[in-house]
Design a protein around this ligand. Structure first.
Ligand code: AMP
Ligand code: MG
Length: 481
Protein backbone atom coordinates (compact mmCIF):
# COMPACT_ATOMS: atom_id res chain seq x y z
CA UNK A 1 0.00 0.00 0.00
CA UNK A 2 1.15 3.48 -0.73
CA UNK A 3 0.25 5.74 2.20
CA UNK A 4 -0.85 9.35 2.00
CA UNK A 5 -1.00 10.77 5.52
CA UNK A 6 -3.50 13.63 5.21
CA UNK A 7 -6.00 13.78 8.01
CA UNK A 8 -3.42 13.56 10.82
CA UNK A 9 -1.83 16.79 9.51
CA UNK A 10 -4.95 18.68 10.69
CA UNK A 11 -5.27 20.30 14.10
CA UNK A 12 -5.29 17.51 16.75
CA UNK A 13 -8.52 18.91 18.23
CA UNK A 14 -10.24 17.29 15.26
CA UNK A 15 -9.39 13.68 16.15
CA UNK A 16 -8.10 11.31 18.78
CA UNK A 17 -5.42 8.67 18.17
CA UNK A 18 -6.69 5.27 19.12
CA UNK A 19 -5.79 1.64 18.33
CA UNK A 20 -8.48 -0.89 17.34
CA UNK A 21 -9.50 -3.46 19.95
CA UNK A 22 -9.97 -6.82 18.18
CA UNK A 23 -12.92 -9.11 18.88
CA UNK A 24 -12.44 -12.67 20.19
CA UNK A 25 -12.36 -15.42 17.60
CA UNK A 26 -12.21 -13.15 14.56
CA UNK A 27 -12.76 -15.02 11.32
CA UNK A 28 -13.16 -14.39 7.62
CA UNK A 29 -16.48 -12.99 6.41
CA UNK A 30 -15.94 -11.80 2.84
CA UNK A 31 -13.12 -10.15 0.94
CA UNK A 32 -13.48 -7.87 -2.09
CA UNK A 33 -10.33 -8.99 -3.92
CA UNK A 34 -10.99 -6.74 -6.94
CA UNK A 35 -11.17 -3.67 -4.70
CA UNK A 36 -7.97 -4.68 -2.87
CA UNK A 37 -6.34 -4.90 -6.28
CA UNK A 38 -7.57 -1.42 -7.17
CA UNK A 39 -6.16 -0.17 -3.87
CA UNK A 40 -2.76 -1.62 -4.73
CA UNK A 41 -2.68 -3.99 -1.78
CA UNK A 42 0.51 -6.06 -1.74
CA UNK A 43 0.37 -9.86 -1.88
CA UNK A 44 1.24 -9.84 1.83
CA UNK A 45 -1.63 -7.47 2.71
CA UNK A 46 -4.06 -9.56 0.67
CA UNK A 47 -2.84 -12.62 2.51
CA UNK A 48 -3.34 -10.81 5.81
CA UNK A 49 -6.79 -9.44 4.98
CA UNK A 50 -8.49 -11.16 7.91
CA UNK A 51 -6.05 -9.67 10.42
CA UNK A 52 -6.34 -6.23 8.79
CA UNK A 53 -10.15 -6.37 8.65
CA UNK A 54 -10.34 -7.44 12.29
CA UNK A 55 -8.06 -4.77 13.76
CA UNK A 56 -5.22 -7.19 14.58
CA UNK A 57 -2.82 -5.68 12.06
CA UNK A 58 -2.36 -1.93 11.72
CA UNK A 59 0.26 0.03 9.81
CA UNK A 60 3.27 1.83 11.20
CA UNK A 61 2.87 4.42 8.42
CA UNK A 62 -0.49 5.62 9.77
CA UNK A 63 -1.56 5.98 13.37
CA UNK A 64 -5.27 5.09 13.62
CA UNK A 65 -7.63 7.86 14.72
CA UNK A 66 -11.24 8.59 15.55
CA UNK A 67 -12.65 11.79 14.01
CA UNK A 68 -14.89 14.19 15.85
CA UNK A 69 -17.91 15.69 14.09
CA UNK A 70 -21.45 16.80 14.89
CA UNK A 71 -24.73 16.66 13.09
CA UNK A 72 -28.44 17.12 12.74
CA UNK A 73 -30.20 13.80 13.25
CA UNK A 74 -33.80 13.54 12.04
CA UNK A 75 -33.86 17.32 11.80
CA UNK A 76 -32.65 17.99 15.35
CA UNK A 77 -29.29 19.37 16.40
CA UNK A 78 -27.50 16.39 17.99
CA UNK A 79 -24.41 18.23 19.23
CA UNK A 80 -21.06 16.50 19.27
CA UNK A 81 -20.87 13.11 17.59
CA UNK A 82 -17.83 11.40 16.18
CA UNK A 83 -16.41 8.03 15.27
CA UNK A 84 -17.87 6.16 18.22
CA UNK A 85 -17.00 2.76 16.85
CA UNK A 86 -14.88 3.33 13.76
CA UNK A 87 -11.28 4.34 13.16
CA UNK A 88 -9.49 5.77 10.19
CA UNK A 89 -6.67 3.22 9.96
CA UNK A 90 -5.03 4.39 6.73
CA UNK A 91 -5.17 6.78 3.81
CA UNK A 92 -3.71 5.19 0.72
CA UNK A 93 -3.28 5.95 -2.96
CA UNK A 94 -5.15 3.68 -5.33
CA UNK A 95 -4.22 2.52 -8.80
CA UNK A 96 -5.72 5.66 -10.35
CA UNK A 97 -3.77 8.00 -8.09
CA UNK A 98 -6.79 8.75 -5.92
CA UNK A 99 -6.52 8.94 -2.14
CA UNK A 100 -8.80 6.46 -0.40
CA UNK A 101 -9.57 6.20 3.32
CA UNK A 102 -9.59 2.83 5.06
CA UNK A 103 -11.95 3.00 8.00
CA UNK A 104 -12.44 0.07 10.35
CA UNK A 105 -15.99 0.01 11.71
CA UNK A 106 -16.73 -1.84 14.96
CA UNK A 107 -13.17 -1.38 16.23
CA UNK A 108 -13.97 -0.58 19.88
CA UNK A 109 -14.63 2.37 22.16
CA UNK A 110 -13.38 5.88 21.41
CA UNK A 111 -13.84 9.18 23.26
CA UNK A 112 -16.87 9.75 20.99
CA UNK A 113 -18.70 6.50 21.81
CA UNK A 114 -21.25 8.25 24.06
CA UNK A 115 -23.61 5.49 25.34
CA UNK A 116 -22.48 2.96 22.70
CA UNK A 117 -20.23 -0.07 23.04
CA UNK A 118 -17.95 0.72 20.10
CA UNK A 119 -19.06 -2.40 18.26
CA UNK A 120 -20.99 -3.39 15.16
CA UNK A 121 -22.97 -6.58 14.71
CA UNK A 122 -22.65 -9.06 11.86
CA UNK A 123 -26.18 -8.34 10.62
CA UNK A 124 -25.61 -4.63 10.04
CA UNK A 125 -22.05 -5.22 8.82
CA UNK A 126 -23.30 -7.49 6.05
CA UNK A 127 -26.03 -5.01 5.16
CA UNK A 128 -23.48 -2.18 4.92
CA UNK A 129 -21.04 -4.36 2.95
CA UNK A 130 -23.61 -5.38 0.35
CA UNK A 131 -25.18 -1.91 0.07
CA UNK A 132 -21.87 -0.18 -0.64
CA UNK A 133 -20.96 -2.83 -3.17
CA UNK A 134 -24.36 -2.71 -4.87
CA UNK A 135 -24.41 1.10 -5.13
CA UNK A 136 -20.87 1.27 -6.49
CA UNK A 137 -21.69 -1.37 -9.10
CA UNK A 138 -24.78 0.67 -10.06
CA UNK A 139 -22.48 3.66 -10.61
CA UNK A 140 -23.75 5.68 -7.64
CA UNK A 141 -21.23 7.41 -5.37
CA UNK A 142 -21.03 5.59 -2.03
CA UNK A 143 -18.58 4.15 0.42
CA UNK A 144 -17.51 0.59 -0.27
CA UNK A 145 -15.60 -2.01 1.74
CA UNK A 146 -12.57 -4.23 1.18
CA UNK A 147 -13.91 -6.89 3.46
CA UNK A 148 -15.49 -7.82 6.75
CA UNK A 149 -14.80 -10.27 9.52
CA UNK A 150 -17.13 -12.05 11.90
CA UNK A 151 -16.26 -13.19 15.41
CA UNK A 152 -17.27 -15.36 18.33
CA UNK A 153 -17.80 -12.34 20.56
CA UNK A 154 -21.36 -11.56 21.51
CA UNK A 155 -22.61 -7.97 21.16
CA UNK A 156 -25.85 -7.00 22.84
CA UNK A 157 -28.57 -5.34 20.79
CA UNK A 158 -32.29 -6.23 21.08
CA UNK A 159 -30.85 -9.71 21.38
CA UNK A 160 -27.28 -11.02 21.64
CA UNK A 161 -25.68 -10.95 18.20
CA UNK A 162 -22.29 -11.75 16.70
CA UNK A 163 -19.76 -8.92 16.70
CA UNK A 164 -18.13 -8.05 13.38
CA UNK A 165 -15.85 -5.47 11.74
CA UNK A 166 -16.03 -3.85 8.33
CA UNK A 167 -13.08 -2.29 6.54
CA UNK A 168 -14.83 0.54 4.77
CA UNK A 169 -13.33 2.52 1.89
CA UNK A 170 -14.32 5.98 0.83
CA UNK A 171 -12.77 8.87 -1.08
CA UNK A 172 -13.58 10.94 2.00
CA UNK A 173 -14.81 10.64 5.57
CA UNK A 174 -15.39 14.36 6.01
CA UNK A 175 -19.09 14.68 6.68
CA UNK A 176 -21.29 17.76 6.40
CA UNK A 177 -21.36 17.42 10.20
CA UNK A 178 -17.62 18.11 10.44
CA UNK A 179 -18.36 21.71 9.54
CA UNK A 180 -21.13 21.86 12.09
CA UNK A 181 -18.79 20.65 14.86
CA UNK A 182 -16.04 23.10 13.95
CA UNK A 183 -18.38 26.06 13.62
CA UNK A 184 -19.98 25.26 16.97
CA UNK A 185 -16.99 24.26 19.07
CA UNK A 186 -13.74 25.43 17.39
CA UNK A 187 -14.67 28.18 14.93
CA UNK A 188 -11.08 29.39 14.67
CA UNK A 189 -10.28 26.15 12.78
CA UNK A 190 -12.97 26.70 10.14
CA UNK A 191 -10.98 28.62 7.54
CA UNK A 192 -8.00 26.30 7.48
CA UNK A 193 -10.18 23.19 7.53
CA UNK A 194 -12.22 24.45 4.57
CA UNK A 195 -9.03 25.29 2.71
CA UNK A 196 -7.81 21.68 3.22
CA UNK A 197 -11.14 20.26 2.06
CA UNK A 198 -10.83 22.26 -1.13
CA UNK A 199 -7.18 21.33 -1.69
CA UNK A 200 -7.82 17.64 -1.11
CA UNK A 201 -11.20 17.14 -2.69
CA UNK A 202 -11.91 20.05 -5.03
CA UNK A 203 -8.51 21.38 -6.17
CA UNK A 204 -10.10 22.73 -9.37
CA UNK A 205 -11.96 25.28 -7.19
CA UNK A 206 -8.67 26.90 -6.16
CA UNK A 207 -8.48 28.55 -9.59
CA UNK A 208 -11.85 30.25 -9.17
CA UNK A 209 -12.23 33.87 -8.04
CA UNK A 210 -14.06 32.71 -4.90
CA UNK A 211 -12.89 29.15 -4.16
CA UNK A 212 -15.28 28.71 -1.21
CA UNK A 213 -18.32 29.51 -3.35
CA UNK A 214 -17.06 27.22 -6.10
CA UNK A 215 -16.56 24.51 -3.46
CA UNK A 216 -20.09 24.98 -2.09
CA UNK A 217 -21.52 24.80 -5.59
CA UNK A 218 -19.59 21.63 -6.38
CA UNK A 219 -20.66 19.89 -3.14
CA UNK A 220 -24.29 20.80 -3.89
CA UNK A 221 -24.08 19.52 -7.47
CA UNK A 222 -22.47 16.24 -6.50
CA UNK A 223 -25.01 15.64 -3.75
CA UNK A 224 -27.85 16.32 -6.20
CA UNK A 225 -26.27 13.86 -8.61
CA UNK A 226 -26.05 11.15 -5.95
CA UNK A 227 -29.65 11.61 -4.84
CA UNK A 228 -30.90 11.52 -8.43
CA UNK A 229 -29.07 8.18 -8.72
CA UNK A 230 -30.90 6.92 -5.61
CA UNK A 231 -34.28 7.97 -6.97
CA UNK A 232 -33.61 6.27 -10.29
CA UNK A 233 -32.70 2.88 -8.83
CA UNK A 234 -35.25 3.11 -6.01
CA UNK A 235 -32.76 3.37 -3.16
CA UNK A 236 -33.91 4.82 0.15
CA UNK A 237 -30.98 5.63 2.43
CA UNK A 238 -33.07 5.69 5.59
CA UNK A 239 -30.84 7.91 7.76
CA UNK A 240 -29.95 10.98 5.71
CA UNK A 241 -28.61 12.88 8.70
CA UNK A 242 -25.93 15.50 8.16
CA UNK A 243 -23.36 13.17 9.76
CA UNK A 244 -24.03 10.53 7.11
CA UNK A 245 -23.48 12.64 4.00
CA UNK A 246 -19.97 13.63 3.10
CA UNK A 247 -18.54 16.60 1.29
CA UNK A 248 -17.66 14.66 -1.86
CA UNK A 249 -21.34 14.00 -2.61
CA UNK A 250 -21.18 10.49 -1.32
CA UNK A 251 -22.70 8.77 1.67
CA UNK A 252 -21.76 6.52 4.56
CA UNK A 253 -23.34 4.38 7.26
CA UNK A 254 -25.87 2.24 5.47
CA UNK A 255 -28.16 1.03 8.22
CA UNK A 256 -31.92 0.85 7.69
CA UNK A 257 -31.70 1.50 3.95
CA UNK A 258 -33.65 -0.36 1.33
CA UNK A 259 -34.07 -0.83 -2.38
CA UNK A 260 -37.70 -0.27 -3.21
CA UNK A 261 -39.64 -3.25 -4.50
CA UNK A 262 -43.31 -2.40 -5.12
CA UNK A 263 -43.41 1.24 -6.22
CA UNK A 264 -44.52 3.37 -3.27
CA UNK A 265 -43.26 6.96 -3.26
CA UNK A 266 -43.92 7.33 0.47
CA UNK A 267 -42.06 4.12 1.22
CA UNK A 268 -39.72 3.97 4.16
CA UNK A 269 -37.64 1.01 5.16
CA UNK A 270 -36.58 2.31 8.56
CA UNK A 271 -39.07 1.24 11.19
CA UNK A 272 -37.47 3.69 13.65
CA UNK A 273 -38.43 6.70 11.47
CA UNK A 274 -41.95 7.16 12.81
CA UNK A 275 -42.50 10.56 11.25
CA UNK A 276 -41.49 9.45 7.77
CA UNK A 277 -38.79 12.10 7.42
CA UNK A 278 -36.67 10.00 5.08
CA UNK A 279 -39.23 8.40 2.79
CA UNK A 280 -38.12 7.67 -0.77
CA UNK A 281 -39.92 10.70 -2.17
CA UNK A 282 -38.59 13.04 0.55
CA UNK A 283 -34.94 12.34 -0.22
CA UNK A 284 -34.36 15.24 -2.62
CA UNK A 285 -35.88 17.77 -0.21
CA UNK A 286 -34.00 16.25 2.73
CA UNK A 287 -30.78 16.54 0.72
CA UNK A 288 -31.62 20.19 0.14
CA UNK A 289 -32.32 20.69 3.85
CA UNK A 290 -28.97 19.11 4.80
CA UNK A 291 -27.09 21.29 2.35
CA UNK A 292 -28.84 24.41 3.61
CA UNK A 293 -27.85 23.47 7.17
CA UNK A 294 -24.30 22.89 5.99
CA UNK A 295 -24.08 26.16 4.04
CA UNK A 296 -24.86 28.12 7.19
CA UNK A 297 -21.48 26.99 8.44
CA UNK A 298 -19.76 28.74 5.55
CA UNK A 299 -21.26 32.14 6.44
CA UNK A 300 -18.33 33.05 8.76
CA UNK A 301 -15.93 32.52 5.86
CA UNK A 302 -16.93 35.79 4.16
CA UNK A 303 -13.74 37.34 2.74
CA UNK A 304 -12.61 40.34 4.82
CA UNK A 305 -13.08 42.85 2.02
CA UNK A 306 -16.48 41.53 0.97
CA UNK A 307 -20.00 42.58 1.95
CA UNK A 308 -21.47 40.15 4.50
CA UNK A 309 -25.03 40.31 3.15
CA UNK A 310 -23.79 39.77 -0.36
CA UNK A 311 -21.84 36.73 0.84
CA UNK A 312 -25.00 35.21 2.33
CA UNK A 313 -26.82 35.88 -0.93
CA UNK A 314 -23.99 34.24 -2.88
CA UNK A 315 -24.20 31.13 -0.70
CA UNK A 316 -27.97 31.01 -1.10
CA UNK A 317 -27.54 31.31 -4.86
CA UNK A 318 -25.34 28.19 -4.79
CA UNK A 319 -28.17 26.26 -3.16
CA UNK A 320 -30.63 27.46 -5.78
CA UNK A 321 -28.75 25.20 -8.19
CA UNK A 322 -29.73 22.09 -6.23
CA UNK A 323 -33.21 21.63 -7.64
CA UNK A 324 -32.46 22.26 -11.33
CA UNK A 325 -29.37 20.09 -11.06
CA UNK A 326 -31.30 17.25 -9.42
CA UNK A 327 -34.15 17.51 -11.93
CA UNK A 328 -31.84 17.56 -14.93
CA UNK A 329 -30.13 14.33 -13.84
CA UNK A 330 -33.36 12.71 -12.75
CA UNK A 331 -35.29 13.54 -15.92
CA UNK A 332 -32.47 12.42 -18.18
CA UNK A 333 -32.03 9.22 -16.20
CA UNK A 334 -35.74 8.45 -16.16
CA UNK A 335 -36.09 8.97 -19.91
CA UNK A 336 -33.12 6.65 -20.40
CA UNK A 337 -34.72 4.01 -18.21
CA UNK A 338 -37.90 4.33 -20.27
CA UNK A 339 -36.17 4.22 -23.66
CA UNK A 340 -37.60 7.62 -24.51
CA UNK A 341 -35.76 10.55 -26.11
CA UNK A 342 -34.92 13.24 -23.58
CA UNK A 343 -35.52 16.03 -26.10
CA UNK A 344 -39.11 14.98 -26.87
CA UNK A 345 -41.61 17.26 -25.13
CA UNK A 346 -43.86 14.36 -24.02
CA UNK A 347 -41.22 11.92 -22.76
CA UNK A 348 -41.21 12.97 -19.12
CA UNK A 349 -45.02 13.01 -18.89
CA UNK A 350 -45.12 9.56 -20.40
CA UNK A 351 -42.55 8.33 -17.86
CA UNK A 352 -44.68 9.80 -15.06
CA UNK A 353 -47.72 7.95 -16.40
CA UNK A 354 -45.72 4.71 -16.21
CA UNK A 355 -44.74 5.45 -12.60
CA UNK A 356 -48.38 6.16 -11.74
CA UNK A 357 -49.30 2.72 -13.05
CA UNK A 358 -46.54 1.10 -11.00
CA UNK A 359 -47.89 2.92 -7.97
CA UNK A 360 -51.58 2.19 -8.44
CA UNK A 361 -50.96 -1.43 -9.43
CA UNK A 362 -48.26 -1.92 -6.78
CA UNK A 363 -45.82 -3.36 -9.32
CA UNK A 364 -42.18 -4.10 -8.70
CA UNK A 365 -40.11 -1.05 -9.66
CA UNK A 366 -36.99 -2.86 -10.92
CA UNK A 367 -38.67 -5.70 -12.76
CA UNK A 368 -41.22 -3.41 -14.41
CA UNK A 369 -38.43 -1.49 -16.10
CA UNK A 370 -36.81 -4.79 -17.12
CA UNK A 371 -40.10 -5.86 -18.68
CA UNK A 372 -40.45 -2.56 -20.48
CA UNK A 373 -36.91 -2.95 -21.76
CA UNK A 374 -37.65 -6.50 -22.95
CA UNK A 375 -40.86 -5.20 -24.56
CA UNK A 376 -42.65 -7.78 -22.49
CA UNK A 377 -45.84 -5.69 -22.45
CA UNK A 378 -48.02 -8.77 -22.01
CA UNK A 379 -46.41 -9.57 -18.67
CA UNK A 380 -46.88 -5.96 -17.56
CA UNK A 381 -50.51 -5.74 -18.60
CA UNK A 382 -51.32 -9.12 -17.07
CA UNK A 383 -50.27 -7.75 -13.70
CA UNK A 384 -52.57 -4.72 -14.02
CA UNK A 385 -56.11 -4.61 -12.70
CA UNK A 386 -56.81 -1.50 -14.76
CA UNK A 387 -55.79 -2.76 -18.21
CA UNK A 388 -57.19 0.29 -19.97
CA UNK A 389 -54.84 2.58 -18.05
CA UNK A 390 -51.88 0.51 -19.22
CA UNK A 391 -53.10 0.34 -22.82
CA UNK A 392 -53.46 4.08 -22.99
CA UNK A 393 -49.95 4.52 -21.59
CA UNK A 394 -48.58 1.98 -24.06
CA UNK A 395 -50.09 3.61 -27.12
CA UNK A 396 -48.67 6.99 -26.09
CA UNK A 397 -45.30 5.35 -25.35
CA UNK A 398 -45.14 3.62 -28.72
CA UNK A 399 -46.25 6.76 -30.49
CA UNK A 400 -43.34 8.74 -29.01
CA UNK A 401 -40.87 6.01 -29.94
CA UNK A 402 -42.25 5.59 -33.46
CA UNK A 403 -39.88 7.81 -35.39
CA UNK A 404 -36.91 7.54 -33.05
CA UNK A 405 -33.66 5.65 -33.21
CA UNK A 406 -35.00 2.86 -31.02
CA UNK A 407 -31.85 0.79 -31.36
CA UNK A 408 -29.84 3.43 -29.49
CA UNK A 409 -32.63 4.01 -26.97
CA UNK A 410 -32.93 0.27 -26.29
CA UNK A 411 -29.17 -0.05 -25.91
CA UNK A 412 -29.23 2.73 -23.28
CA UNK A 413 -32.12 1.01 -21.47
CA UNK A 414 -29.96 -2.09 -21.10
CA UNK A 415 -27.14 0.02 -19.67
CA UNK A 416 -29.19 1.79 -17.03
CA UNK A 417 -31.88 -0.65 -15.90
CA UNK A 418 -30.54 -3.09 -13.33
CA UNK A 419 -31.67 -6.70 -13.54
CA UNK A 420 -30.97 -7.07 -9.84
CA UNK A 421 -31.17 -4.95 -6.76
CA UNK A 422 -30.58 -5.98 -3.14
CA UNK A 423 -34.00 -6.81 -1.77
CA UNK A 424 -34.38 -6.94 2.01
CA UNK A 425 -35.22 -10.62 1.99
CA UNK A 426 -32.09 -11.39 -0.07
CA UNK A 427 -29.86 -9.64 2.46
CA UNK A 428 -31.76 -11.29 5.30
CA UNK A 429 -31.16 -14.79 4.00
CA UNK A 430 -27.43 -14.07 3.58
CA UNK A 431 -27.33 -12.73 7.16
CA UNK A 432 -29.09 -15.74 8.66
CA UNK A 433 -26.71 -18.14 6.92
CA UNK A 434 -23.67 -16.06 7.92
CA UNK A 435 -24.80 -16.08 11.54
CA UNK A 436 -24.40 -19.86 11.28
CA UNK A 437 -20.91 -19.35 9.76
CA UNK A 438 -21.98 -20.01 6.18
CA UNK A 439 -20.94 -17.09 3.96
CA UNK A 440 -21.89 -18.71 0.66
CA UNK A 441 -25.01 -16.56 0.24
CA UNK A 442 -23.02 -13.38 0.89
CA UNK A 443 -20.66 -14.59 -1.85
CA UNK A 444 -23.53 -15.29 -4.25
CA UNK A 445 -25.13 -11.88 -3.70
CA UNK A 446 -21.75 -10.17 -3.92
CA UNK A 447 -21.21 -11.75 -7.36
CA UNK A 448 -24.75 -11.16 -8.56
CA UNK A 449 -24.64 -7.48 -7.60
CA UNK A 450 -21.17 -6.96 -9.10
CA UNK A 451 -22.69 -6.72 -12.58
CA UNK A 452 -26.28 -5.72 -11.88
CA UNK A 453 -27.06 -4.72 -15.46
CA UNK A 454 -26.31 -8.20 -16.87
CA UNK A 455 -28.67 -11.11 -16.69
CA UNK A 456 -26.94 -13.95 -14.83
CA UNK A 457 -29.17 -17.02 -15.18
CA UNK A 458 -26.61 -19.35 -13.60
CA UNK A 459 -26.44 -17.23 -10.42
CA UNK A 460 -29.93 -15.81 -9.98
CA UNK A 461 -32.72 -17.32 -7.93
CA UNK A 462 -36.47 -16.68 -8.39
CA UNK A 463 -36.59 -14.72 -5.11
CA UNK A 464 -34.08 -12.19 -6.54
CA UNK A 465 -36.66 -11.11 -9.08
CA UNK A 466 -39.75 -10.22 -7.11
CA UNK A 467 -41.02 -8.96 -3.80
CA UNK A 468 -42.06 -11.59 -1.30
CA UNK A 469 -45.75 -12.32 -1.55
CA UNK A 470 -47.83 -10.05 0.64
CA UNK A 471 -48.77 -12.78 3.14
CA UNK A 472 -45.10 -13.21 4.18
CA UNK A 473 -44.16 -10.81 7.03
CA UNK A 474 -41.79 -8.04 5.94
CA UNK A 475 -38.22 -7.99 7.24
CA UNK A 476 -38.18 -5.37 9.99
CA UNK A 477 -35.28 -2.96 9.66
CA UNK A 478 -34.50 -0.43 12.37
CA UNK A 479 -31.61 1.84 13.36
CA UNK A 480 -30.18 -0.84 15.64
CA UNK A 481 -26.77 -1.84 14.33
P1 AMP B 1 -24.51 5.53 12.58
O1 AMP B 1 -25.86 4.96 12.85
O2 AMP B 1 -23.48 4.47 12.32
O3 AMP B 1 -24.53 6.58 11.54
O4 AMP B 1 -24.07 6.22 13.97
C1 AMP B 1 -24.51 7.46 14.46
C2 AMP B 1 -23.56 7.93 15.54
O5 AMP B 1 -23.63 7.07 16.68
C3 AMP B 1 -22.11 7.98 15.14
O6 AMP B 1 -21.50 9.03 15.75
C4 AMP B 1 -21.58 6.65 15.63
O7 AMP B 1 -20.20 6.67 15.85
C5 AMP B 1 -22.37 6.46 16.91
N1 AMP B 1 -22.61 5.04 17.21
C6 AMP B 1 -23.53 4.22 16.65
N2 AMP B 1 -23.46 3.00 17.17
C7 AMP B 1 -22.48 3.01 18.09
C8 AMP B 1 -21.93 2.05 19.00
N3 AMP B 1 -22.38 0.80 19.04
N4 AMP B 1 -20.93 2.45 19.80
C9 AMP B 1 -20.47 3.70 19.77
N5 AMP B 1 -20.94 4.66 18.97
C10 AMP B 1 -21.94 4.32 18.13
MG1 MG C 1 -23.26 7.84 10.97
Amino acid sequence: MQFQVRYPTLNPKLYYHQQPVPLHGAKAGHFNAALAEQLNWSAQDKNDWVTICSGQKTFSEFEPLAMVYAGHQFGQWAGQLGDGRGLLIAQIIDRYGKTIDLHLKGAGLTPYSRMGDGRAVLRSTIREYLAGHALNALGIAASNAVGFTSSDQGVQREKLERGAMLLRTSDCHIRLGHFEWINQYQPELLREFTQKCIEWHYPECLNEAKPILAFAKAVIERTALMISGWQLVGFAHGVMNTDNLNITGSTLDFGPYGFMERFRPNWINNHSDHHGRYTYQNQPSMGHWNLWTWLNNLVPLCPHDYDKEQWKNDLAACLEQFEPCFLAHYKTGLCEKMGLPIFHKDSFDCAMAFLRILQSEQLDYTQSFVRLQNQDYTALIDDCLDRRQFESFLSHYQQIREHQNTEALDQRMREVNPQYILRNHMAQKAIEMAEGNDFSEVERLFNLLSTPFSKQPELERPEDLAPLSSDVPEVMVSCSS
